[in-house]
Write a protein that binds this ligand. Sequence first.
Ligand code: PXP
Length: 253
Amino acid sequence: MTQPLRLGVNIDHVATIRNARGGPHPDPVRAAHLAERAGADGITAHLREDRRHISDGDIARLSGELSLPLNLEMAATDEMLAVAVRHRPHAACLVPEKREEVTTEGGLDVDGQRELLTRCVGELGTAGVRVSLFIDPDPRQLEAAAAVSAPVVELHTGAYCDAFHAHGDGAAMRRELDRLIAGARTAAELGLECHAGHGLTYGTVKPVAALPQVVELNIGHFLIGEAIFTGLDASIRQMRALMDEARAGAAVA
Ligand code: PXP
């Protein structure tokens, strides 16, 4: 039986717009409440080392006010571990972070950092935080994720989305989608809960939502951008509807 598919709405870029002027508006916590009413199953926020969008104060307010589960995206550093242990979000997604990058460019090198990640997964688990590792759909990284005892992986969909937006529905996109299909299967074989996200749009979400092993998608930038034209409530509802359509199609296929 196909499992239900959750939608985590990433609100980072509400904070990006707020920070462009340095005042309190628009408020990402207000966006989180609106996302809940529009059908989100969780809220995702990335507290970056340079605090370029989400702030420590946002995480404190989200932890205190939200009734939805909070997924804190964070680098695997002692500073961020302390934040996570203080606020105890429902989940933490460990991501690679480079100061100069515009967004999270690739997946975490779990295989190359087994010792560090075993410690992070252990400390977060002890604090009651469910840990996911944001990785490329690469068998070596999936096996390493299982080896460091992570319960969850989030497959990076950025390469698939980039291929679609650069060349359309052609061979390059198909190659990346095949990697995601294989990655989701391997995750399930290894006993890892499988999430996916990054760069997803109305045009790219359905083939990923149809993967039966994937139980959560985390989507942000496109939803916030589309909200400029249609409003955040409508953009989330439309994404949710596409996800549900893809899932229903997969269940009967
Ligand atoms: N998942 C992870 C781990 C991410 O780092 C991001 C971006 O912060 C997303 C999902 C959402 O990506 P996007 O904003 O492109 O939808």
